[in-house]
Each structure stands twice: as structure tokens, then as C-alpha cells.
Ligand binder design. Structure first.
Ligand SMILES: *Cc1c(COP(=O)(O)O)cnc(C)c1O
Length: 403
């Protein structure tokens, strides 16, 4: 039996491992810890090399204990593409884009749900739910279908229609919420007791971060077990950034990757910048951005990230920063990535625009190695009518009145 336990990211209390949903009593998010000293003695990174090219090659650092419970659609082991022309232009040592658009359902969200639903299958739960700006909804829907579970997804009504359509195609019960992602989260919160939904929202359980962690494990393996100098990531709820940081920290603690942790840079879009604002004012706690956001409905439009304080401490401790980019900069960036043959989602474009901004501000030094993440495929965001028959609700009471 794999030795693992849970630690609260806020109060630091630790608990025996359990997967019954929920956060720490103090309100903090829970992360999984492993017995790394034992793993270091018993194994080595070389065992991973011969394994299948999915994220499950790293199962020693994943919380699932019953391998028969694994729910997989071939997620992970995405290509890492070198951007040689831009390296020269910007004077960088190496510039990489990790193509998370190549995952099942076209975004990195697949990683989190592959692990989370494998954990759900070790429990008696049969209904799973998320609030999402789109990609988490369709990834949950696909993996729930694969696992034989019922999915309930709640997305703001202005989210990309094609992604809502995709969720419906995987058999999810989909609802459009007249509000933002945290309003959609409130519907899940209010309904989960009565409806028996397992809440798989960001930071509401520890499995998704573990799945997203494999982006960092792969990055290190693809770089020959060396750390890059800088990681630039589009930050909404923050679990992607937290996952990559956790991966590299675990590898460092194992002595399985060389170098110091990279500087972590969070990129957000102007109009919804709670992380950027907190970094700029050197606050150690995050203040929610409020409901008057003017940014587009993408993965980075999250006014109140539930694990915000952890995001800030990662940025601070690694000497990173946070940058806000405009919709115009993102559009230009999408064109620049497109001309390198990369289908950049708005979030991936934000990262590219963020890189250019860091370069302009002298925050990336000549010769450095930089890793960017294109978190989804651009085609998911093409203009598309919202599918007919998906109800629009404002609250759980509305939902209740419909069923
Ligand atoms: C969800 C999402 C993000 C933001 O990720 P977090 O882990 O919530 O910070 C970025 N890009 C895309 C495409 C997403 O779907």
C-alpha cells in the first residue's frame, strides 16, 4: 500500500489520506504528501522511462492505490516544442511550449480528472459535479462517461458554446449559470448534500492537483531532469501552477532533478487580475477581484481563486511574478504562435503575451531557459451557438425547480 497523507496548505495540519471530498476545517485546500524518503531509497526515476506514454507512468507520485480503478483516455506525455526563431529574437537560451492542447478533450484539464475520477472510483460515489469556465466541464464529462459515473456541470452562460456542446456530447447534465464561475460553484455547494454530488471543483479535493502535477514531472523528464529557469502559466484557479510547482519540488526533494526551482510567473487577463494585484501590492493574502470583471470567459477569469494564498507564496518563494495582458496583446500573441504552427487557446496566447512583457521589462535574462504552456486547443473557442436545451439558471433553487 502506497504511503500518502494530506496536508492543509493554510494551517499546515496533516491528516490520514481519505477521498471523501471537502477541504480542511480551517477552509484551506488539501494537498497529498508522499513518503519521498522511502521512494528515494526503494526506486529511481529510471523506472519511469520504460513505461507507457501517459501520465500514469508516474504512478508512484500519484495518490491512486488500486490500479484497476484508473480511468484513462491516453492523457499526458504531451509534446514539448522548441521555439528556435523566437529564442534568437529574444536572446533566450531555450524557449519551449508544452502542447497541452494535445490532451484528450483538448486541454490540460484532462490530467486532473483522470486522477480525480480514478480516486472517485475507489469510493461509493456515483455522481460528480464541477463549476467551470468550460474546459473542466468537458474534461469531467468525458472521464465520468469513461468511468460510468454521472456528471453535472455548471458553467457561466457566456462560456464558449462549443465546449458546452462537447460536455453534452459526453453525456453530462449541463447547466448555464447566469453569473461567474463562483456563482456556478455556489450551485454545486448548495446542491451537493441533497443531490449526492461529489464536488470536484478547483481546490475542493486533492486529486486534480495531483493530475496536473504530471505536467511538471513530464517537463523535467523532457528536459533531461533539469529545471528550467522560468515557468510561465495562465492562472485562474491556480491548480495548474500549484501542480507544476509541487512536481518540481517533489523531484528536488527526491534528488531526481538538477537545479533550483524555476521562477513561477502567473499570467492573467486585464479585467480580472486578483493574483497580479496581490503580487503588485506585495500582499500575502489574496483579495477577490469582485464581480465586475471585464475579461473574456476563459480559464483565467476567476475572480476569487480558492487556493489564492498558496499561489502567492509559490510566486514569492521562487522569486517569480505575475503579469496582466490585454485582449489585444492576446490576439496578437495568438497570431505569432499560429505562425509557428501552434494552435494557441486564449490562455496559451496570454502566456505568450506575458513572455513578451517579461522580456520587455527585463525580467527574463539573456540565455535563460523558459517553459510556456499552451493549456488548450484554439478550436474549442471558435464562435458557436450555445446548444439548444441547456437550461439557464441563477441558483440551486432554480435547478431544483427544473428537475
Ligand atoms: C482552467 C484553465 C486555465 C487555468 O488553470 P488553473 O489551474 O485554474 O489556474 C488555463 N487555461 C485553460 C485552457 C484552462 O482550461
Amino acid at each position: 500500500m502506497k504511503k500518502r497523507w494530506l496536508v492543509c496548505t493554510d494551517c499546515r495540519s496533516s491528516f490520514p489520506f481519505r477521498y471523501d471530498g471537502g477541504m480542511c476545517d480551517c477552509g484551506g485546500a488539501l494537498l497529498v504528501q508522499y513518503d519521498l524518503e522511502h521512494l528515494k531509497k526503494e526506486s529511481s526515476r529510471d523506472v519511469w522511462r520504460k513505461r507507457p506514454s501517459t501520465l500514469w507512468r508516474y504512478h508512484e507520485l500519484l495518490p491512486v492505490s488500486d490500479t484497476n480503478a484508473i480511468v484513462s483516455l491516453g492523457e499526458g506525455w504531451t509534446p514539448l516544442i522548441r521555439m528556435s526563431r523566437w529564442e534568437k529574437k529574444l536572446g533566450l537560451g531555450r524557449l519551449w511550449v508544452k502542447r497541452e492542447d494535445q490532451n484528450p478533450t483538448g486541454s490540460f484539464k484532462a490530467r486532473g480528472f483522470s486522477v480525480a475520477l480514478s480516486l472517485v472510483r475507489e469510493t461509493p460515489a456515483s455522481k460528480v459535479a464541477v463549476n467551470s469556465n468550460g474546459n473542466a466541464a468537458s474534461a469531467l464529462a468525458a472521464y465520468a462517461a469513461r468511468a460510468g459515473l454521472q456528471a453535472f456541470v455548471f458553467v457561466p452562460r457566456d462560456c464558449p458554446g462549443m465546449i458546452v456542446e462537447e460536455s453534452v456530447a459526453y453525456g453530462a447534465h449541463a447547466y448555464l449559470v447566469d453569473g461567474l464561475i463562483h456563482h456556478a460553484g455556489q450551485v454545486v455547494e448548495d446542491g451537493k448534500g441533497e443531490m449526492g454530488w461529489r464536488d470536484l471543483g478547483t481546490a475542493k479535493e486533492p486529486g486534480r492537483v495531483e493530475g496536473k502535477k504530471t505536467m511538471g514531472l513530464e517537463l523535467a523528464e523532457q528536459l533531461g531532469w533539469k529545471m528550467p529557469d522560468v515557468v510561465v502559466y495562465p492562472t485562474g484557479g491556480g491548480s495548474g501552477l500549484i501542480g507544476i510547482w509541487k512536481a518540481l519540488l517533489e523531484l528536488k526533494q527526491l534528488g531526481w532533478a538538477e537545479g533550483d526551482l524555476p521562477r513561477f510567473v502567473a499570467v492573467q487577463e486585464t479585467g480580472c487580475t486578483p493574483v497580479v494585484d496581490a503580487v503588485r501590492t506585495k500582499a500575502d493574502r489574496l483579495t477577490p477581484a469582485g464581480d465586475n470583471t471585464t475579461s473574456k470567459p476563459t480559464g483565467v477569469r476567476v475572480p476569487n481563486p480558492p487556493a489564492g494564498n498558496l499561489i502567492l507564496s509559490i510566486i514569492r518563494e521562487t522569486g517569480g511574478t505575475a503579469v496582466a495582458v490585454t485582449a489585444e496583446e492576446m490576439e496578437k500573441a495568438a497570431g505569432q504562435m499560429g505562425r509557428e504552427g501552434i494552435s494557441a487557446s486564449p490562455e496559451g496566447s496570454a502566456v505568450w503575451a506575458g513572455l513578451l512583457r517579461l522580456h520587455e521589462q527585463g525580467e527574463i535574462r539573456a540565455g535563460e531557459q523558459v517553459a510556456l504552456f499552451n493549456t488548450a486547443h484554439s478550436l474549442k473557442y471558435l464562435p458557436w451557438p450555445t446548444p439548444k436545451g441547456v437550461p439557464i439558471i441563477r441558483s440551486y433553487a432554480d435547478y431544483r425547480s427544473l428537475i
